[in-house]
Design a binder for this molecule. Structure first.
Ligand code: ADP
Ligand code: MG
Length: 238
């Protein structure tokens, strides 16, 4: 019975997602069709191109994000340093942050390097999404990323000084297609959650409207004596 329920739940979610995609793609398609018709009637105007372009990009973005969501596990799980992964994503998003007057500050657990078992590209995708959300919400503020060891878990938090999220909206955050942004897709957190789940991790979000948001994620820690650097430096016993 339990299995049955899980199956029907999954089908339900699949149905909701399919309806969501259809809906999200239908709006830009309707717009494109309308303007195309006007061009056919020789009533096209120069600025229609920009609208059509924007709407096409939107469809492309939705398709791309869904591909990322449905891609099979093509990558390999390996042991990676969490600070190295975060540092690389930070470099990637630095310009975007600076353009909004934001500073990304990292504070990594000092005593010990922390390792997790993960698919590197997927894990980077999680941080890209979360740090992007923080940048988009914040103007002239700090985005503070910390890592620490807590109960044999690696805990990473991304804290911003942005607009925050009201209580009523917080409930909907992470639902497919829920967005408060004009050009948002509402898929970022959904994708993060799926990836975090396949890595046996968890995510929580705390927010105060007008003050900022803190997203905390946790993954099981890989003991340091199993880390790649330690394995490399161990003498071979034949
Ligand atoms: P998108 O970024 O495309 O809107 P997400 O799934 O990444 O989709 O986020 C969903 C919504 O959650 C956002 O539209 C926003 O309202 C809210 N949100 C997520 N992260 C933050 C944050 N750091 N600060 C404020 N709001 C946030
Ligand atoms: Mg987002």
């Amino acid at each position: 019975l339990e299995k049955e329920m899980i199956r029907s739940e999954k089908l339900n979610i699949a149905g909701q997602l399919a309806a969501g995609i259809a809906h999200e793609i239908k709006n830009p398609l309707t717009a494109i069709k309308g303007f195309y018709k006007l061009f056919k009637l020789n009533m096209g105007k120069e600025f229609y191109y920009k609208i059509i372009d924007d709407e096409l990009n939107r469809i492309e973005q939705i398709a791309n994000e869904f591909l990322a969501l449905s891609k099979p596990h093509s990558n390999v799980f390996e042991v990676h340093s969490i600070s190295k992964i975060i540092q690389e994503v930070k470099t990637l998003l630095e310009t975007e942050a600076i353009l909004k007057g934001n500073e990304i500050i990292t504070s990594f657990q000092k005593s010990d390097e922390l390792f997790i078992y993960c698919e590197e590209t997927k894990m980077k995708q999680v941080f890209v999404n979360l740090i992007k959300n923080a940048i988009e919400a914040t103007t002239n503020g700090h985005i503070i990323i910390t890592t620490k060891l807590r109960d044999e878990n690696v805990e990473i938090s991304i804290q911003d000084q942005g607009c925050g999220i009201s209580e009523s909206i917080l409930k909907k955050v992470g639902e497919p297609f829920f967005t408060t942004k004009e050009t948002g897709t509402g898929l970022g957190l959904l994708i993060c959650d799926k990836i975090i789940d396949t890595h046996n991790g968890t995510r929580t979000i705390e927010s105060q409207e007008g003050a900022g948001t803190k997203v905390t994620i946790r993954f099981p820690r890989v003991p340091n004596d199993l880390s790649p650097t330690s394995i490399e430096s161990q003498p071979l016993h034949l």
